[in-house]
Each structure stands twice: as C-alpha cells, then as structure tokens.
Design a protein around this ligand. Structure first.
Ligand code: RIB
Length: 296
C-alpha cells in the first residue's frame, strides 16, 4: 500500500495572460476553486494509476475541506486518517499564465497541524511505501522518515517546497525527488545530471532531479539514467511534480524498477500539464500506457 503523509489544499486559481511582477496588479479570468495540495495531488496521481492509497493529513472544519478532499474521495483514496483541525483548510492562491507557468502562495492552515504524533502513529508495514513532501512541518517529516526506517518501509521524499534538512535526515529516504531549483539548495551545480550524481554519492541514496519539459534524471550507485519528456500541449504546469512523484510511487509499489518508474513518472508529469488545475489531467493506466507505447 502507498501511504501519503502530506498537505491537502483548496487551490484558488486565476488564469492570467502572464504572472504579475512584485508590486504589480493585473486582471485575470474567472476564478476556479479546485482540489490541490502536494500531498493530495500525489496520492491521487498514484490512485489513478491503480494503487491502493491512504492519505494522512489535516483539513479545517470549513467548506474548503469538502472541495480539497473531493478528488481523493471520488477516486477511492482512503481518507479515514485525515483529521479535522481548528485551523482553516490549507489554501493555495495560484496565478496560471498563458504559457502554463504559475505563481503560487500557500497558506498552510490545517496542514501545519500535521504533527510528530501523526507521524509516529503511522500504521506502516515493511511492504508499504511512504510518500512525503514539505508542506507539513519539517519535524513531522523527519519523524515519519525515522518511523518508516524502523518499520522497514520504503520512502520517497519530495523536497518541495525546498526546506533545509540535514544530510543525516535526507539519507533516511530511499528516493529523494527534487526539481532543479530545489536541488540547487542542496548542492552546487546547474546541470540536472551532475546535481543528481553529486547528491546521490553524498547521501548514498537514489536521487532524481526533475527538469520540467526536459524530463528527469536519476542517479544511484554511481550510475545515472535520464528520461526525456514527451512533447505535449501545455495548459497548466501546476502539480506536474506531484504527478511525477505519485506515478513513481505507484510504479515502485507495483514492482517496477527505478528506470521503469522514472519513465512512467516523466510521462505522467507531462500528461498532467495538458489540463487546467493540479488534479484534472492526472492520467489513468490506459492513458499512460498509450503515451509509453505499451500494449493495453
Ligand atoms: O504542487 C502543486 C500544489 O502546490 C498545488 O496544488 C497547491 O496546492 C500547492 O500546494
């Protein structure tokens, strides 16, 4: 089973011609209220590809919670470990430009109440795969990584958004996933391959650096392998990284090796960019197989 410990948000999304500069006010199109949050997006991405997924997180006692959880509930993600907090449901305000790029501000709200106690209480077995990101308190992520190691469960840590964590903590993960700017907070260098290699050697774990429309590169045991991204018509890149992590988790949970998981993750992330919002274009297994050229 895949267990995702992470954020659940209401995304308030405004389409704009281009993202505003600091101090600038611009007009956009009609607002949309959509389910989001890196944790929830990753859980849904894995579920849509066929995994059994449990979401662990927190929402407020408010109307936003219903929207934030709607995608997970409709798709059959187990939400019985999502607790209610006195704080408001997490909200992300997102401007999406005509080129598909975005600008995001997150108000964590209830996500900040996902505590070390929640992490320590995770019901994890050795065959489970735990997926973590950084929109909940860092100490809860550290506790969850420690707990998973003690239980013998595998973990994927997506260091998004980038938060300083000691190498001793990072190496508790089995796979670290970062984009280029997140990777640059951990090591010097600009090229994804070199960054992945440097980090993997330093930490002694598999490190994946995603590179947007260029694809992604993985380094492990002194070897690197890269996967280019398929060309798609980009509508909105919001949540592409989450689609990547969710698809990678599903692939590893289903028994695929890391190179196969990387190929599936890159394809899923590309497909996720073809619709508006973080969750609307997450691919199912058939769609992913089609773009990968697999027989159905
Ligand atoms: O990664 C995309 C997500 O980041 C959005 O859904 C938003 O909620 C923010 O958390």
């Amino acid at each position: 089973m895949i267990i995702v410990l992470g954020s659940i948000n209401l995304d308030i999304v405004v389409p704009v011609e281009r993202c505003p500069r600091p101090g600038e006010t611009i007009k956009g199109g009609d607002v949309r209220y959509l389910p989001g949050g890196k944790g929830a997006n990753q859980a849904l991405a894995a579920r849509k590809l066929g995994a059994t997924v449990r979401m662990v997180g927190a929402v407020g006692r408010d109307a936003a919670a219903g929207i934030a959880l709607s995608g997970l509930r409709l798709s059959g993600v187990d939400c019985s470990s999502v607790v209610e907090s006195e704080r408001p449901t997490g909200v992300a305000t997102i401007a999406v430009g005509a080129d598909g790029e975005n600008l995001i501000v997150v108000a964590p709200g209830a996500n900040a109440d996902v505590s070390v106690a929640h992490a320590d209480a995770l019901d994890l077995a050795a065959q489970d795969l735990l997926v973590l990101q950084m929109e909940i308190p860092a100490e809860s992520v550290v506790a969850a990584l420690t707990h998973a190691r003690a239980r013998g469960a595998r973990t994927i840590l997506n260091l998004a958004p980038a938060v300083p964590l000691a190498d001793e903590v990072l190496r508790l993960a089995h796979v670290l996933v970062v984009n280029e700017s997140e990777a640059a907070t951990l090591a010097d260098g600009v090229m994804p391959e070199a960054l992945a290699n440097t980090l993997s050697r330093r930490l002694g774990i598999a490190v994946i650096v995603t590179a947007g429309g260029e694809g992604a590169v993985c380094a492990r045991d002194g070897k690197t392998f890269a996967v280019p991204a398929p060309k798609v018509a980009v509508v909105d890149t919001t949540g592409a990284g989450d689609a990547f992590v969710g698809a990678l988790a599903q692939a590893l949970d289903a028994g695929h090796d890391l190179p196969a998981g990387l190929a599936r993750a890159v394809a899923a992330a590309s497909l996720a960019c073809t619709g508006f919002g973080a969750q609307s274009a997450l691919p199912d297994q058939n769609t992913l197989s089609l773009i990968l050229g697999e027989s159905l």
